[in-house]
Ligand binder design. Structure first.
Ligand code: ACO
Length: 446
């Protein structure tokens, strides 16, 4: 039976509440505020209560580049950057890389649970039977210059896809969303392969439903029509594992863009185009392309010390590409797995001579005070490019191989955002530092 709380109960409750709060003292006014703490965070909106007077807008937090701001609650991916932990929906990345497949992981990211056998079969069927692209989209791709960057082509074409599926704008319908999710995951490899074939001046190879997801992709990339070429199963599996490793990475730059664009309720094709554009940058997914260029520039092991000195003396202008991460400050678990896959791939393709440069570069950098002090370690992009090159993928297409699997993560994050009642259109605040009000001066008087 409920009893009326005594004064003692109330003060115990208050003490408990205070333990889950921080006290902020505003020395401008002498007032203090208890801000509730939940999941190790305070709500930035609570700061608004901190005012110097009724006309004051209230306190804001200033956090350029979101160094210390959580923008959402998410159940998808967990990262502990200090301990080098990455889990999708609770499953360690090492176990998924060892025992799962990319399409199973994509299902897991989007649905929250691993599929049963029948759910998996249906999922694979739905993806496999959406791999064809509209012939007009193919013509659209024909319009690109022969030397167009594959990422530029991918971004533009995936954006153009929204015009082919007007139903995609109905983002509040779960069944419509599912249709677009199937299409996007299914068609990204086709767009990527067609972009590559276009740049090579080679005829497109249509999807073949007899192959797996990555097998089909390699087939569309490399099969010479009329030949009986088949993708090597070791390379198919290696690519599948790489796709698992790249599938999601919580609130990184591209995912943040996906959620940001999606928050205005635009269609998922347009949002994916934006997220892919963010990924294109050399500080993000574009780093894998830059790593290979860097290794080629260094060329031989003997030139590594001079290169490292250039980086250290470059005052941040020149970076060791594939090193450093905003979150991982110990090691990137994906890089560890990728190093192992590299050995398996090179056993089939022959050893890439730049691997020696990469290994020695890593060894020297990990012993150097500059990198130790800044906690800079190899990230996912450091070794992935060497594998892509060994498989025969041109350097300019590396980031495309990142974008294909990341689509499942982007879509999972997009869905989660749409279903989160706390989310609204993303709209940060600013600190205005421009001129105060001034009067317009006609041009002849300036
Ligand atoms: N080489 C040399 N110095 C570096 C590197 C690097 N790769 N990365 C960071 N630093 C230095 C910075 O110059 C800075 O030094 P300072 O304190 O003397 O000014 C310090 O380390 C901190 O760097 P920030 O740029 O503040 O770190 P931030 O967390 O913002 O950047 C980033 C992370 C963008 C990944 C950065 O490490 C970088 O540019 N790495 C190279 C590009 C790369 O590999 N990107 C892929 C990341 S993984 C991904 O996105 C998929």
């Amino acid at each position: 039976m409920p009893t009326t709380p005594t004064a003692e109960d109330k003060s115990a409750a208050t003490a408990q509440e205070r333990r889950e709060a921080v006290t902020l003292v505003d020395h401008r006014t002498g007032k203090s505020y208890d801000l509730p703490v939940s999941n190790g965070t305070i709500r930035a909106i609570d700061l608004r209560e901190v005012k110097t007077g009724p006309e004051d807008f209230g306190l804001m937090s200033y956090d350029p580049a979101f160094m210390n701001t959580a923008s959402c609650r998410s159940q998808i991916t967990f990262i502990d950057g200090d301990r080098g932990i990455l889990r999708y929906r609770g499953y360690p990345i090492e176990q998924l890389a060892e025992r799962s497949s990319y399409l199973e992981v994509a299902y897991l990211l989007l649905h929250g649970e691993l599929p049963t056998k029948s759910e998996y079969d249906e999922w694979v069927h739905n993806i496999t039977f959406h791999t064809m692209i509209h012939e007009s989209l193919k013509k659209f791709m024909d319009g690109f210059n022969h030397d167009a960057h594959p990422m530029g082509m991918l971004i533009a074409t995936v954006g153009a896809m929204s015009t082919f599926y007007p139903g995609a704008r109905d983002i509040h319908s779960a069944s419509d969303r599912t249709k677009q999710i199937h299409r996007l995951i299914a068609k990204m490899p086709t767009l990527a392969a067609f972009a590559y074939r276009h740049s090579m001046g080679m005829p497109y190879v249509y999807p073949d439903n007899d192959f797996s997801y990555t097998g089909n992709f390699l087939n569309m990339l490399f099969r010479i029509p009329s030949s009986s070429w088949k993708p090597d199963p070791v390379l198919v599996r290696a690519l599948d594992v790489l796709f698992i490793l790249h599938a999601d990475h919580e609130q990184n730059c591209g995912t943040h863009v996906m959620r940001g664009i999606g928050s205005s309720h635009t269609d998922p094709y347009s949002a994916v185009a934006g997220a892919a554009a963010a990924l294109y940058g050399p500080l993000h997914g574009g780093a894998n392309e830059e790593v290979l260029k860097m290794l080629q520039e260094i060329g031989t092991v003997s030139r590594i010390p001079a290169f490292i000195e250039e980086v250290k003396n470059g005052k941040g202008e020149k970076r060791l590409m594939g090193f450093g991460h905003r979150v991982y400050k110990n090691f990137d678990p994906r890089a560890t797995i990728i190093k192992r896959i590299a050995d398996e791939v090179f056993a089939v393709t022959g050893r890439n001579p730049l691997l020696d440069v990469a290994i020695e570069l890593e060894r020297i950098a990990l012993q150097d005070d500059y990198f130790i002090k800044r906690r800079l370690y190899p990230n996912v992009d450091f070794y992935s490019g060497l594998i892509y090159e060994a498989i025969g993928i041109p350097t300019a297409a590396f980031t495309v191989l990142f974008a294909i699997p990341r689509v499942s993560g982007w879509l999972a994050q997009w869905q989660e955002m749409l279903e989160d009642p706390e989310q609204k259109i993303a709209r940060p605040r600013q600190i205005y530092t421009g001129p105060k009000e001034r009067s317009f001066v006609p041009i002849e008087s300036r």
